[in-house]
Design a protein around this ligand. Structure first.
Ligand code: SAH
Length: 267
């Protein structure tokens, strides 16, 4: 009996999978990937004689049956998922039948599209003294949002929001952000197919015009919406300095400063 690995493929570019993920693809006897979301270039890490299947047209039961069957025949089976498998990846639903059958599973982290989108746009998701919190969320769709997690209530925090799975309802996203108190002039970045070779698009706008820009570019799927007071920080004059670069601020690993007593653990 084999082991089933849920491997994060990363956002698209084949060199953004982890070294561990690529090694497992090379060892796998069978790989099931999400064809609609995972860039096929990542499969370049698979061995020549590996069985590769696309789960695009399978339902959850068929995916479960496929994984159970292949795990009975191969030592290493990979379920390849976009970004990081622990975000919107139905890992629990897929692992339950494997757990019940006594088949061990492992999860390998991937670069989430949230991180890749920020990187593609040259943005930071946090900015000292402006926002230090990032919320990963989505609008409700077939998967209903828990009542306490409406976008209006989450957006009211004014921190960074990485909004997944919602680009097809960008008007509703905008309306809910405005209802939460965000100004029409607030910056929004939409990244379509972050890091996909030749396909990445970064759109910048405001709450007022971002929906129109997305429509003009025909972007209605596979895009991440970033909303944050940190957006555009590079082009604004520096009014606040990060304490990280303040000479008076003791840092653990800087020579000449007290090590270990600052209580900080910063990056
Ligand atoms: N586990 C994935 C998210 C899967 S849900 C992750 O960690 O990224 C699918 C949603 O992720 C899409 O609707 C889109 O919002 C986002 N997404 C996935 N890949 C993307 C990419 N390359 N660029 C932009 N957004 C992406």
């Amino acid at each position: 009996m084999g082991k089933v690995w849920f491997v994060g493929a990363g956002p698209g570019a084949s060199d953004l999978i982890t070294v561990r993920g690529a090694r497992l693809l090379g060892e796998a006897g069978a790989i099931l990937y999400t064809g609609s979301l995972v860039a096929e270039t990542v499969l370049e890490w698979a061995s020549k004689d590996c069985e590769i299947a696309d789960s695009k047209s399978m339902d959850l039961e068929q995916v479960n049956a496929w994984l159970l069957d292949r795990a009975s025949r191969h030592e290493t089976v990979v379920r390849l998922q976009t970004g990081d498998p622990t975000l919107y990846g139905v890992v629990a639903e897929l692992a339950r039948p494997l757990d019940a059958a006594g088949i061990p599973i492992g999860i390998v982290s991937g670069v989430s599209s949230a991180m890749a989108s920020a990187a593609a746009a040259g943005e930071s998701l946090t900015l000292p003294e402006v926002t230090q919190t990032v919320i990963f969320t989505r609008l409700s769709g077939r998967t209903k949002m828990p009542e306490s997690e409406s976008l209006v209530s989450l957006a009211a925090h004014g921190c960074t929001l990485c909004i997944f799975l919602s680009i097809d309802r960008i008007d509703a996203v905008v309306a809910q952000l405005q209802e939460a108190g965000w100004a029409s002039s607030a910056s929004v970045v939409v990244v379509h197919k972050a890091t996909w070779p030749g396909e990445e698009q970064v759109l910048r706008g405001t709450l007022e015009d971002i929906a129109g820009r997305c429509r003009a570019e025909g972007i209605d799927r596979q895009a991440l919406i970033l909303v944050s007071p940190a957006l555009g920080a590079r082009s604004r004059p520096q009014t606040r300095t990060s304490k990280l670069y303040d000479n008076a601020f003791p840092r653990r690993f800087r020579p000449g400063h007290n090590r270990g007593n600052s209580g900080t653990d910063r990056d």
